[in-house]
Design a protein around this ligand. Sequence first.
Ligand code: GLC
Length: 584
Amino acid sequence: MRFQSNIVIGLLFAAVLFSCKTKNKPAEAAISTERKWWKEATVYQIYPRSFKDSDGDGVGDIKGIISKLDYIKSLGIDAVWLNPIYSSPQKDNGYDISDYENIHPQFGNMADFDVMLKGFHERGIKVMMDMVLNHCSDEHRWFQEAKKSRNSPYYNYFHWWPAEKGEPPYRWSIFDEKAYGWEFNKATNSYYLHYFADFQPDLNWENPALRQDIYKMMRMWCDKGVDGFRMDALAFISKDTTWPPLPKEYNGNWGLYYASGPQLHDYIQEMNREVLSKYDVATVAEAMGDVTRVKKFVDEDRKELNMAYHFEAIDFGYLPGEYKMPNPKGYDLVEWKKVYNKWDSAFTDKGWGTMYLANHDQPRMLTRWGNDAAEFREYSSKMLTTLILSMRATPYYYFGDEIGMSNIKFDKVEQYNDVELLTNYAQVKAKGGDLKRFLEGMKISSRDNGRTPMQWDTTINSGFSNGKPWLPVNGNYTTINAAVQEKDPNSVLNYFRKMIKLRKENEALIYGKFTLADAANPDVFAYSRELNGKKLLVLLNFKRIAAKTNTGINLSKAKVLISNYTTASLDGSLKPYEAVIYEL
Ligand code: GLC
């Protein structure tokens, strides 16, 4: 959906006028420049299962993270986001929580957590926890009680459809083989709702008792000293419990049908009053939907959250109507740039965005957005790093990308672990679809590609674990690993560090106005960043061939601040995957 009404445009205009009048704002007053640590931070995402295993069980753990605190500090990042480490049957790798207030034994215990938190804080690094609030595990105490009887005090912690009313109104489920969002429970003679897998029952936010329990739990983590939350699937927490039929043309458009529950923002505002406003915590929501919807989460006046990440750019280049099936024609860079431009404008006056090219739900950024062939791996990794760290949004950078890790590209379904992939495989199989084609596509897009263990060094299992890793290590670890790159001043790893430093030293890269340049160029992403008279120009060649850009800016006197080749051109011609930032 797009900006639809004159009212929205009118409001934006009024907001621009208002912010121009606000004191203490630089010349580009229409730009949101209120200083906040989470706007200036680079967030490094750690997938604990795959980061570092300390006890040889093949699964990364908290003590493993502790052993790498100095490495993490050396990157120059300011905050980490940890994927869920709470008690969980781990059927969706921790996004199925059975106890929000405890640590899963494979990861360690609460004492380990406290040591890790202290270790991060001593190094000036903030810690953001993953909060899965739309659903829990079916092994959570609440669900275990709820499913026993309709009279259980926990029955209404979940959404049920009484079987005496017949079949429930159809709901789509993302991790269900039959794509059916209701599961029958004999003891209560009713169906429970699950937007995700059947082992992930949706929590009933319409019930104030559930909400209070959630807030209490969140306060517990804040009191411990955590610095923020990444909120999983938050857009789905509110449901229309009159269960209106979904439109006939409904085809799994989550943003449109599920991310707009009637009381979504009332609940987030309540959470803000009850928890967030009482602490100095930063929040980022997984927020589906268009600009208008996502803006609601982060407009400061609404007192909800700080940041949101959208899916519009990350979902580019897939065939319509098929699950993450890469389009053989690739994607249109001109259209992709338009998306980033649009999302930048969305937050000019209010709110704040995020920038990411990968996370645990995505393949490796190098394979998906760059080029993992040997001759282009380093150039394209550095080019993508330049993009992530030069946008007007908080960068979320996924572990392993700092050394240019690539997709593992499994051949067989048996090699996969991910519930999402296995569900979709089963669906294609049930429909008699082309499984070979499906598996080929998944080599590019599946989530497990981004979940293989961190490649630390050339020792067995890349130094990740002494035991058998839960997911195989990518065989290229003997050449692509942190230890080797540590010694090379021009490595992908050291480029990441330089780029972080550059962002820190140039406020224009954080708060400066973003202006797309040479927008129609099909090969190059070019834009300027401007603050208090300082103007930087970023040129990124996204193609494996040389490209030419015409930004209309004379570069002959420009100073090169960073470049991924030994010499950077001053006439707008770019080598394959070349990235340059100039000061004008
Ligand atoms: C989010 C998580 C993803 C998880 C899903 C269900 O999208 O990022 O990893 O599988 O929610 O919790």
